[in-house]
Design a protein around this ligand. Structure first.
Ligand code: NAI
Length: 453
C-alpha cells in the first residue's frame, strides 16, 4: 500500500485516483477547481463515466480516497505524486503545458523529502526533463526526486475497466527505486509492463494515438473512394479485417475522430517533428482527412437537400463517442457549427451530453430530451454518435415526424433496407454510390494551419 497524490481530478486523474484507492492505496486527489472538489466531497462526479460513481463512494467511505485543493499538503504526505492535468492543443498545434509547469512548480515549492513524480498527462518528448528541472529550481532543499512517465491508455466510456484491466502498463523511468515503486503499484493488475526510459515512454503514448487516428483516417479515405465506385465499405472492412496483421478493430468508417486526445495528440506529434525539420506528411494527412470528413458530411447534406439555408437538420448524438458526455473536439459539434454557418437550423439530442454541448453551442441549437422530439419537423437526420439506444430508432415514426426523408448515418449503424422500407432515403459513409460525377467536391480547401474546431 502506498500513499499517493493525484493532481487533476478530470477524466484521467479521478479514474486513476479511484482505481488506485480500490487497489488498497491511500489516495488524495487534488484539483485547483474548488467547485469541483466541493462537488466530489459531496459525492458528485463531475462527468459521466460508467461505474465510476459507485467506486468513488465506496472508497471515500472506506477513507482510502479523499479530495482537496491543497496541493502542498497532498504533496508532503505522498510517496508517489501523479500529474494528471490537461494538456490541450495550443492554436499553433503544440501541446499547452502551462498546467503541467504550474503543477511542477507547486510540487517543487512543497517538497520536504524524496518523492517519485509521475506524469500521467500526455506530454511531448522531453517534458519529463522539464518537470524535473522546474521541481529542482523551486525545491527548498536538495531532495531526491525521480520523474517517471506513465502514460494512460484508458478510453472514456470504459475508463474504469480499462484502468483495472489494461492491455499493458508503460513506465518510463531512469532509476531503480522509481522502477521498483511503479512495479509495486501496478503489481495487482497483473498486466504486461513495458519499462523504458522517460523519453521513449512519452513517445509511446503519442505513437499509440497517432496509429489509432491513422487507422480511422485510412478507413475513412477507403470509404470515400468506395462511395465513388459503388462498393460497400463494410464488406471491404470484413474482407481486410480477417487478415490478422490488419484486424477488425478501429475499422469503422464515419464522420471522423474527435475527443480530447486524438486531434490534439496527432497535431502535437506533428509539431514535434516539424520543429525538428521533419514535416511528418503522414500525420499531416491523417489530420487533413479527418477534418475533411466533417466537411464532406456537410456537403452531403447540402447536395442532397439542394442547399442548407432554412433547412432543419436533426442531429442524434453530440458526444465524441458513446458512453461519455465529453464533447471536446466532437465531430458532431464541428458539423453542427458548419450547418448553422450555412443557414440551417439544428435540433439535437444526446442521451448524456446535452448539457455539455449546450455550453459549447449556445442558444442556437434546440437540444431535446428524446430522440423523437429532435427529429420532429426535420428535413434530414444525422446519426452522429453511435449510442446503443439509437440503434433501435423507429424509422416509421421518424418518417411520420420528419418533414423531409433523408437519413445520413454517420456511423453506419443502420440497415439501409429498414430505412428505405419506412419510405426514407439512406446515406451512410462508404455504403451507397453518391449521385453525380466526382461526388462530393470540397467547397473550401482545408488549410494546413486552420485550427481544429
Ligand atoms: P481534464 O481536463 O478532464 O482534467 C484536468 C483537471 O486538471 C481539471 O479538473 C483541472 O481543473 C485540473 N487542473 C488544471 N490545472 C491544475 C492545477 N494547476 N492544479 C490542480 N489541478 C489542475 O483532462 P483529462 O481528460 O483528464 O486529461 C488529462 C491528461 O490525460 C491529458 O494530458 C490528456 O491528454 C491525458 N489523457 C486523457 C485521456 C482521456 O480519455 N480523457 C486518456 C489518456 C490520456
Amino acid at each position: 500500500m502506498k500513499s499517493i497524490a493525484i493532481i487533476g481530478a478530470g477524466y484521467v486523474g479521478l479514474v486513476t485516483a479511484t482505481c488506485f484507492a480500490e487497489l488498497g492505496n491511500d489516495v488524495v486527489c487534488v484539483d485547483n477547481n474548488a467547485a469541483k472538489v466541493a462537488g466530489l466531497e459531496a459525492g458528485e462526479i463531475p462527468f459521466y463515466e460508467p461505474s465510476l460513481a459507485e467506486m468513488v463512494t465506496r472508497n471515500t467511505q472506506a477513507k482510502r480516497l479523499g479530495f482537496t485543493t491543497d496541493i502542498s499538503a497532498a504533496v508532503r504526505r505522498a510517496e508517489v505524486i501523479f500529474i494528471a492535468v490537461g494538456t490541450p492543443m495550443r492554436s499553433d498545434g503544440h501541446a499547452d503545458l502551462s498546467a503541467v509547469r504550474a503543477v511542477a512548480r507547486e510540487i517543487g515549492l512543497a517538497l520536504d523529502g524524496p518523492k517519485i513524480v509521475v506524469s500521467k498527462s500526455t506530454v511531448p518528448v522531453e517534458t519529463g526533463e522539464m518537470i524535473s528541472s522546474i521541481i529542482r529550481e523551486h525545491a527548498p532543499g536538495d531532495y531526491a526526486v525521480s520523474v517517471v512517465s506513465n502514460p494512460e491508455f484508458l478510453r472514456e466510456g470504459s475508463a474504469v475497466s480499462d484502468f483495472l484491466k489494461p492491455d499493458r502498463v508503460v513506465v518510463g523511468c531512469s532509476d531503480a527505486t522509481a522502477e521498483a515503486a511503479m512495479r509495486d503499484l501496478y503489481a495487482p493488475l497483473d498486466a504486461p509492463l513495458v519499462v523504458t526510459d522517460v523519453r521513449t515512454s512519452e513517445m509511446i503514448k503519442y505513437a499509440a494515438n497517432a496509429f489509432l487516428a491513422t487507422k480511422i483516417s485510412f478507413i475513412n479515405e477507403i470509404a470515400n473512394i468506395c462511395e465513388l465506385l459503388d462498393v460497400d465499405v463494410r464488406a471491404v472492412c470484413a474482407g481486410i479485417g480477417y487478415d490478422q496483421r490488419i484486424g477488425t478493430k478501429f475499422l469503422n468508417p464515419g464522420i471522423g475522430y474527435g475527443g480530447s486526445c486524438f486531434p490534439k495528440d496527432v497535431r502535437a506529434l506533428e509539431q514535434l517533428a516539424v520543429e525538428r525539420d521533419y514535416p511528418a506528411p503522414l500525420l499531416h494527412s491523417v489530420e487533413l482527412v479527418n477534418r475533411r470528413q466533417v466537411e464532406r458530411t456537410v456537403m452531403k447534406f447540402e447536395r442532397e437537400l439542394g442547399g442548407l439555408n432554412g433547412k432543419t437538420i436533426a442531429v442524434l448524438g453530440l458526444a465524441f463517442k458513446p458512453n461519455t458526455d465529453d464533447v471536446r473536439d466532437a465531430p458532431a459539434i464541428a458539423i453542427i457549427q458548419r450547418l448553422l454557418d450555412r443557414g440551417a437550423k439544428v435540433r439535437a439530442h444526446d442521451p448524456i451530453a446535452n448539457a455539455a454541448a449546450a455550453q459549447v453551442l449556445g442558444p442556437n441549437v434546440a437540444l431535446h430530451d428524446t430522440m423523437y422530439d429532435a427529429v420532429e419537423g426535420a428535413d434530414a437526420l444525422l446519426l452522429a454518435t453511435e449510442w446503443n439506444e439509437f440503434r433501435s430508432l423507429d424509422f416509421t415514426r421518424c418518417a411520420k415526424a420528419m418533414r423531409g426523408d433523408l437519413i445520413l448515418d454517420g456511423r453506419n449503424i443502420f440497415e439501409p433496407e429498414k430505412v428505405r422500407a419506412a419510405g426514407l432515403r439512406y446515406l451512410g459513409v462508404g455504403r451507397v454510390k453518391l449521385r453525380g460525377k466526382g461526388s462530393v467536391v470540397y467547397e473550401t480547401p482545408v488549410s494546413y494551419s486552420a485550427t481544429q474546431s
